[in-house]
Ligand binder design. Structure first.
Ligand SMILES: Cc1ncc(COP(=O)(O)O)c(C=O)c1O
Length: 342
């Protein structure tokens, strides 16, 4: 790598800064920090918010990677139940007394369904806790016309394999809070960047390496328009093919605009789906409380809705070839109309 490029890599200038600006603009948030993965982003947030050993409220329905960084910091999850349609944390079920002592709420946009970040933020504020949204699966999703997760203290993204924007590996953290941003830099960025942005003489050489490689940043910048178009195509495919034509009960259509990272449906009595429609590698997880119980001998909280929904849903495959065809038609149509893909 040429010296100037190495320099901008460590200082967060050049293409890193360009990507961070683009992500901040997309989310309408003040600060974005490019990271090597969502895992690093969550770990850096755990350090920045002093969550070592903290109790945190979270959803039993997610990929274990949501919790891994804070478990590593000695944190304890307290599971709270989900909304049966979106499968994301139900704000109404997080009672203040029940959750007293929790220092953070970790909500997850499961399968790209935006959680109710606005209501969750009110609960977090009442509890005096942080709200962090794990948006690893929801790039491109919207709620009430705006990007998913923006009411949180911070949103974490992933650009790893299979995600709505997939460049192999990559992540980001977004926040509106200057103090959180500065703390993230202190805990996860190179001293060159710490000096540049924080104006410090004494820097933190013990920070973790939370830098994104510039080659990855460049690819993400290039891929953003295609990824967003693809999400719009998935949304149309789900509503047209799966719901209108196949009559599947895919909950929550219309209320929010998910990225549809994964699509699940509830089968009604007598309904069948063909083998081709079923996803070959269903991801619908066991509620994590069961997993965690196996690991550490116990989990606390409530998860009745999560267990019921995990039991009764099936995962639907969105045929990639179909999506690619629809995508090429979509960009053709949009060009023809003189517009810019959403
Ligand atoms: C919900 C969720 N959270 C966190 C992660 C971790 O993301 P990464 O692989 O970028 O660290 C993933 C994906 O793997 C995920 O799906």
């Amino acid at each position: 790598m040429p010296a100037s490029s190495a320099e901008s890599h460590l200082s967060g200038l050049g293409v890193i800064r360009a990507l961070e600006r683009r992500l901040a603009e997309h989310y309408g948030m003040r600060y974005a920090l490019a990271m090597p993965s969502a895992t690093t982003g969550l770990l850096a947030l755990g350090l920045a918010l002093d969550l070592q050993g903290a109790l945190f409220v979270t959803t039993p329905l997610t990929w274990g990677g949501s919790l891994a960084p804070w478990l590593m910091l000695g944190g304890t999850p307290l599971f709270s139940d989900v909304d049966p349609d979106t499968l994301t944390l139900d704000p109404a079920l997080i009672g203040i007394e029940q959750q007293s002592g929790a220092r953070a709420i970790l909500a997850v946009d499961l399968f790209g369904q935006p959680c109710d970040d606005e209501a969750l933020r009110k609960v977090a504020d009442d509890m005096g806790a942080w709200l962090i949204v794990d948006g690893a699966q929801s790039f491109g999703a919207r709620r009430e016309g705006r990007a998913s997760g923006i009411h949180a203290h911070a949103v974490v993204l992933s650009f790893t394999a299979g995600k709505p924007l997939d460049v192999g590996e990559g992540g980001a953290v977004l926040t509106n809070d200057r103090d959180i941003y500065e703390r993230l830099i202190w805990h996860s960025q190179h001293p060159t960047r710490q000096k540049l942005e924080l104006g410090l003489r004494v820097t933190n050489e013990f920070a973790i390496n939370g830098r994104m490689a510039p080659t990855i940043a460049e690819r993400i910048l290039t891929e953003i328009p295609t990824a967003l178009s693809r999400v719009r195509v998935r949304q149309r495919t789900v509503s047209r093919l799966l719901v209108e034509e196949s009559g599947l009960d895919v909950p929550n259509l219309g209320l929010v605009e998910p990225s549809w990272f994964r699509v699940t449906a509830r089968l009604v009595a007598g309904q069948r789906v063909t083998g081709e429609t079923l996803h070959p590698f269903p991801l619908l997880p066991l509620p994590l409380n069961e997993n965690l119980s196996l690991r550490s001998g116990g989990a606390t909280g409530s998860w009745a809705v999560a267990s019921r929904e995990a039991e009764r849903r099936i995962e639907i495959s969105l045929d990639d070839r179909l999506l690619d065809r629809a995508l090429s038609t979509d960009s053709h149509t949009t060009r023809h109309q003189g517009g810019v893909p959403a």
